[in-house]
Design a protein around this ligand. Structure first.
Ligand code: ZN
Ligand code: ZN
Ligand code: ZN
Length: 417
């Protein structure tokens, strides 16, 4: 029989072989490893250098370039954070500097693609700069990965994209989404034609055409008419700062119970679409069951004549396995509709900005999602998104709400990383 002896670390209750003890000086392997790791981290800590790249006399343009430069992780270097946000720096650039930044991106497209892409994402989301000069380079490289940029396409670029879709470019699916972002009558015409005369590869597409255009937040209806899938103007949603502001009722309990879990249904947002300048209706109330909606693909609600939401019989009422635990209820907040922002500003998945808002283009945590109205089968329009972690700590995930204006049916959907 092998006799094992205790590890010499008094806080450890491992038993080890005498040979191991002889080799390590008495400790078990995990204790030896833990000590080595501790010594290594202490060594790093002693030798780590703080590096501040931001010279106070340097220009906003140079700070921005520095802050957008990807850096290899080096445990011995700790970089001082840029004292200004990228948006603050962008706001300080004059037109010549903006052009220079765009040209820096173009010059780095091949050699430093991540640097170039960082620049283009910020320019595209937070400035009005025309990014058309970038597109010939992207087309040359068959690079459609940042599809939104193609909204700057002119007729010649659009023609090229149409050609490439018809000839089945290597990245034909991305090419089609890029063309959807062009979103001009010329692009609409191409999609309309393909509804009846699709290119060979599109005869068995992985998605119907409208699901490609949904990435750019529009579609053609059955008659071929252009329909936006979003509302404008777009406004931020923030925590209320003064009592004069009208709260939208985030997670206010309603008197109606969820038929699945019997907990009260809750309001995600009560909005006034005519006040927002969308359509003439006095109120749309978007509901949710915080216990069930996250586990369903979509939950439907129906608006009554007052614009109050109610559970819809279009939902399957089958029980899900998750039992509601009121102890784990999410915190309600007084949220308000705040400043207006451009529709596209917070929609880029790769920019970690706060994006709770009504209207505008959605920011998908996972993938593009537009439900169909269960009554008329039309694609529903996006109305709001609420990123729960922007208000509460310890929760995560984003609620999206939609409406079919014709049927007065709303939908709630949840995505989480
Ligand atoms: Zn041990
Ligand atoms: Zn429920
Ligand atoms: Zn409908």
């Amino acid at each position: 029989m092998i006799v094992r002896i205790p590890c010499s670390n008094p806080n450890c209750n491992h038993l080890i072989l005498p040979e191991t003890a002889a080799a390590t000086g008495g400790q078990c392997r995990p204790c030896v490893n833990a000590e080595q790791r501790k010594a290594y981290l202490a060594e790093i800590e002693r030798n780590r250098k703080e590096v501040n790249l931001y010279d106070p006399h340097d220009s906003a343009l140079n700070w921005l370039k520095l802050s957008l430069t990807p850096r290899k992780h080096d445990p011995l270097i700790s970089y001082t954070a840029c004292p200004k946000t990228r948006q603050q720096l962008l706001a300080r650039l004059n037109p010549n500097e903006l052009d220079e930044l765009r040209d820096t991106a173009i010059a780095n497209l091949i050699e430093n693609p991540h640097f170039a892409e960082n620049i283009l994402r910020y320019l595209s989301s937070f400035t009005q700069l025309n990014l058309l000069p970038v597109l010939p380079y992207l087309l040359n490289n068959h690079d459609y990965s940042f599809e939104q940029l193609f909204r700057y396409a002119d007729n010649a670029i659009t023609e090229k994209l149409i050609e490439r879709v018809e000839q089945a470019d290597e990245y034909q699916n991305l090419c089609l989404i890029a063309l959807a972002w062009v979103n001009t009558p010329q692009a609409h015409q191409a999609f309309l034609k393909w509804q009846t005369q699709p290119p060979a590869w599109l005869k068995q597409p992985s998605l119907p055409l409208n699901q490609y255009t949904a990435y750019a937040h529009w579609q053609l209806d059955t008659l071929g008419n252009y329909q936006p899938l979003t509302f404008e103007p777009c406004y931020a949603i923030r925590v209320r700062s003064t009592v004069e502001q009208t709260a939208i009722g985030y997670l206010d309990k309603t008197l109606e119970a969820c038929p699945c879990c019997t907990m009260p249904l809750e309001t995600l947002a009560r909005i006034n679409p005519s006040q927002l300048g969308w359509v003439t209706a006095a109120q749309w109330e978007f509901l949710v069951c915080q216990y069930c909606t996250p586990f369903q693909e979509v939950t439907f609600f129906e608006l009554d004549a007052q614009g109050c939401g109610h559970w819809s019989s279009y939902n399957a009422t089958t029980h899900h396995s998750n039992t509601a635990d009121p102890e784990s209820a999410w915190e309600a907040f007084d949220l308000v509709i705040a400043e207006q922002r451009p529709a596209i500003e917070r929609s880029d998945q790769f920019l970690p900005e706060d994006y709770s808002q009504v209207g505008g283009f959605p920011h998908w945590v996972q993938d593009c999602y537009y439900p169909n109205c269960p009554q008329c089968t039309q694609t529903m329009q996006f109305t709001a998104q609420l990123a729960t972690d922007e208000f509460s700590s310890g929760v995560e995930g984003t609620f999206y709400t939609y409406i079919c204006v014709n049927c007065s049916i709303t939908a709630s959907h949840y995505q989480q990383t």
